[in-house]
Design a protein around this ligand. Structure first.
Ligand code: HEC
Length: 116
């Protein structure tokens, strides 16, 4: 993976964002610079819904809970743990894709949805 990220960095410098669009989008390199709301919509909302209710086709199937219920049950640290390590069997771990800082921000964003 080391050489791969060096490659991404090199290409980004030379050819710019267009190259990233062709298929090197996976990973934190591509996620950098995107607003957290966009990352949430991209990677979480398919199951947790844009409004955090979990009421999407996939969310219903996997019995995703409404953030309004989970926000009072789980601490920020616990949610960071779930997001980093995933929750078997249905939620993937995001610890490789996002930095610790991005995960903290995603959890903050997600918890804030409970106030809306
Ligand atoms: C493939 C569907 C799926 C995706 C995508 C997904 N989750 Fe989950 N998530 C689940 C399921 C299923 C659970 C376990 C049921 C529950 O607790 O709601 C869960 C639980 C959680 C929990 C703990 C309990 C809760 O529901 O609040 C947090 C926090 C969470 N996910 C955050 C995220 C974040 C942040 C992302 C995006 C980076 C994300 N999830 C992406 C399916 C998903």
């Amino acid at each position: 993976m080391k050489s791969n990220s060096a490659l991404v960095g090199g290409l980004t410098g030379v050819v710019g964002a267009a190259v990233l669009g062709i298929g090197l989008t996976a990973g934190a390199a591509a996620a950098q610079g995107k607003p957290i709301s966009e990352l949430y919509l991209d990677r979480c909302a398919v199951c947790h819904a844009a409004d955090g209710t979990g009421k999407t086709a996939k969310g219903r199937k996997l019995k995703v809970e409404d953030v309004r219920k989970t926000v009072v049950k789980l601490t920020v640290a616990q949610m960071i743990e779930v997001t980093t390590k995933g929750k078997a069997p249905d939620m993937d771990a995001f610890g490789k894709e996002f930095s610790a800082d991005q995960i903290k921000q995603l959890v903050d964003y997600y918890r804030d949805l409970a106030k809306k």
